[in-house]
Design a protein around this ligand. Structure first.
Ligand code: NAP
Length: 306
């Protein structure tokens, strides 16, 4: 069988695309490495910025998306896509997996991205219990509290600015003595009365009981250690897009994301990208879901031209 569209990844972008594909009466198949692959929201304790569903658990929201797609008849296969090839002058895409081959006229890449981690003791244990990788998602839970942001790039600077609006105190912990973030962001940070920079400093351990209570800091220059009491640790040390299987097929930007705009169109006709995997400014559930809708419009236009 040659599907109209095969979606790789089943996070919010993939599931939204699947829902829109069925409703556009396209034959659709979703290939997922594991249940809800590409979906960072499964590990999100609480989602408080998805309209209409305040405070919903990330896992619960993910399951709702999936049940919606299943109810409309979307078929899912747990399988690992290894690489994608083209046949018949590009009109048919062949998805090679760890078990069998699948054929489609179009492919939507929705494998998502993952946050880089510090890899320190306590980070995994307190994920969702004070450790967060998304200030926009979780910042509101720390209103009036003391938090830290780890990192020195644009994401860390933006997170610190965002958090400084609601938190009592924000420490910006960076391993060097200068930020790589845009100068404009740096200037804004310096003007915030409640942001304190901790230079040449790394987080050696995140501590607490049920929730984060403190971090152990190590000065990289003299090796001295100290404990800093706080309630939240926002880690912004970069993201890694899951683009390994298409690295030889598509143009990736310098950070490894697929170059595509809101319409999801890549430089390869019939191959589309949606969600966190593509170049974009804001990576959120709501923007991924929006990509899913947009990309099906592009898929339909492509199929109509064939
Ligand atoms: P990034 O620019 O790669 O910065 C990552 C930061 O984390 C760096 O300061 C790095 O330190 C630090 N870091 C990396 N690994 C670490 C570790 N193990 N421990 C402690 N610190 C660590 O990543 P990003 O801030 O996520 O930005 C990614 C891309 O998105 C960039 O191109 C950025 O410009 C873009 N972005 C743009 C905007 C915007 O335009 N408004 C917003 C967000 C992101 P070093 O400096 O020492 O390497």
């Amino acid at each position: 069988m040659i599907y109209d569209v095969i979606i790789v990844g089943s996070g919010p972008a993939g599931l939204s695309a699947a829902i829109y594909a069925v409703r556009a009466q396209l034959s659709v198949l979703v290939l997922e490495k594991e249940y809800m692959s590409g979906g960072q929201m499964l590990n999100t304790y609480e989602v408080d910025n998805y309209p209409g569903l305040p405070g919903i658990g990330g896992f619960e929201l993910g399951v709702k998306f999936r049940e919606h797609a299943e109810k409309l008849g979307v078929k899912f296969i747990n399988i690992e896509v290894r690489h994608i090839a083209e046949e018949e002058e590009g009109r048919v895409k062949v998805l090679h997996t760890n078990r069998e081959e699948f054929h489609a006229h179009t492919v939507i890449l929705a494998m998502g991205a993952r946050h880089s981690t510090l890899g320190v003791p306590g980070e995994k244990e307190f994920s969702g219990m004070g450790v967060s990788y998304c200030a926009t998602c979780d910042g509101a839970f720390f209103k009036g509290r003391t938090v830290a942001v780890v990192g020195g790039g644009d994401a860390a600077a933006e997170d610190a600015l965002f958090l400084a609006r609601g938190c009592e105190k924000v420490y910006l912990i960076h391993r060097r003595d200068e930020l790589r973030a845009a100068k404009l962001l740096q200037e804004r940070l310096k003007k915030c009365g409640n942001v304190e920079f901790l230079w040449d400093t790394e987080v050696a351990e995140i501590r607490g009981d049920d929730q984060v209570e403190s971090v152990k800091l190590r000065n990289k220059k003299d090796g001295s250690e100290r404990i800093l009491c706080l309630e939240g640790v926002f880690i912004a040390v970069g993201m890694k897009p899951n683009t390994g299987i298409v690295a030889n097929l598509l143009h990736l930007d310098k950070n490894g994301y697929i170059s595509a705009s809101e319409d999801g169109i890549t430089e390869k006709p019939g191959i589309f990208a949606a969600g966190d995997i593509r170049t974009k400014h804001l990576r959120q559930i709501v923007t991924a879901v929006s990509d899913g809708a947009n990309v099906i419009s592009s898929v339909e236009a492509y199929l109509n031209r064939q």
